[in-house]
Design a protein around this ligand. Structure first.
Ligand code: SD4
Length: 328
């Protein structure tokens, strides 16, 4: 206790000793939704070969970005209301370096562009045309991201043009089948990896809310909202209606709660409760889910609604877990 604490001017800064450990808990990777399993296994190739958590994050997310059947990440993502597929991504490493791209079009591996922003520029965020120009300069190939399947869905949507982000409540297969695993049950990828040295990195990549306004950016590429890493404590990521996550700076909140001693699940739950408290009516009809990992290798998640799942890979587990949720 220092003098200021003693005098009661400032509250004592909570100790993080409870998160210290003698030996890193070993490599592990966690990620959002059922399809996170595929990403985790890709990340695992890096981690099990002694690679860094940062490389594991990038490679794991790349495979989802390249999957045309996934309509919420990378190529094949659902477009905005004008038919443009615009991608958002961010990445953060164990030294709190970070990079982000927002509203990037015609590039598949936007998490890799975010990493280049982090490593090759003096900036953290590049948006739109500037981000595209940078990506092309860095050697990324321009491609059409709007697949026939997503174009068809958009043209169908145009008939009513109603923006209803009731994701993962009505649309998803888990409603019929309580176990996650349906082909439509997928969304933004948020992935957190810990390497053999105990260093934590995270990434998040998405095409954002389907049929969003042109120019809209959600939480996913916003450091602190869609993703936050503090190697002293742990990391968190989010999925769902980004506007609500930004309003409570959700992932940063989760990490700070873990710093105060909350378990990952309790920290995620508390962040969800903030959303419930601030938006009691709206929160009933939308989905938001948080996922977190602490330095001890403990993980947990919590969502507003049923249907959020997350995938975990360690040396002896390769599983998908249904997340706990608030609205029963
Ligand atoms: C967004 N959070 O753009 C993203 C979308 C998402 O599950 O995660 N959907 O707001």
């Amino acid at each position: 206790m220092n003098r200021r604490n003693f005098l009661g001017i400032l509250p004592a800064i909570p100790s993080i000793n409870h998160l210290e450990f003698a030996k890193p808990p070993g490599p592990m990777v966690i990620s959002t939704w059922d399809f996170g399993k595929v990403a985790n296994n890709q990340s695992w190739k890096v981690l099990s070969a002694g690679g860094s958590s940062l490389d594991a994050v990038e490679k794991g997310i790349n495979i989802i970005e390249e999957d045309e059947n996934n309509q919420t990440v990378g190529i094949g993502g659902l477009p905005d209301r004008e038919g443009h597929v615009t991608l958002d991504a961010c990445i953060m490493d164990h030294e709190s370096n970070c990079g982000s791209v927002m509203g990037l079009e015609n590039i598949v591996n936007v998490i890799s562009v975010a990493r280049k922003v982090m490593e090759k520029t003096p900036h953290v965020i590049l948006v739109g045309d500037g981000a595209l120009q940078f990506a092309v300069d860095q050697g990324f190939k321009k491609v059409n991201l709007l697949t026939p399947k997503s174009e068809k869905a958009w043209r169908e949507w145009l008939k009513t043009s109603k923006y209803e982000p009731k994701m993962n409540i009505e649309n998803q297969l888990y409603k019929k089948d309580p176990m996650p695993g349906g082909p439509d049950n997928h969304d933004t990828i948020g992935l957190i990896a810990m390497d053999a040295k105990g260093n934590i990195s995270g990434g998040c990549s998405t095409s954002g809310m389907a049929y969003k306004m042109r120019g809209r950016v959600g939480d996913s590429p916003v450091i602190g909202a869609g993703l936050f890493v503090d190697n002293e404590v742990g990391a968190a990521t989010s999925t769902g209606v980004g506007e609500e996550v930004i309003r409570c700076v959700g992932s940063h909140l989760v990490v700070e709660l873990m710093r105060q001693g909350y378990t990952p699940e309790d920290a995620c739950k508390e962040a969800v409760m903030r959303i419930v408290k601030k938006s009691p009516a709206k929160s009933k009809n939308i989905q938001v889910g948080f996922l977190a990992l602490n330095r001890k290798g403990e993980y947990g998640a919590y969502a507003l609604q049923k249907g959020f799942s997350y995938a975990v890979k360690t040396s002896n587990a390769d599983i998908v877990i249904p997340g706990k949720y608030y609205y029963q």
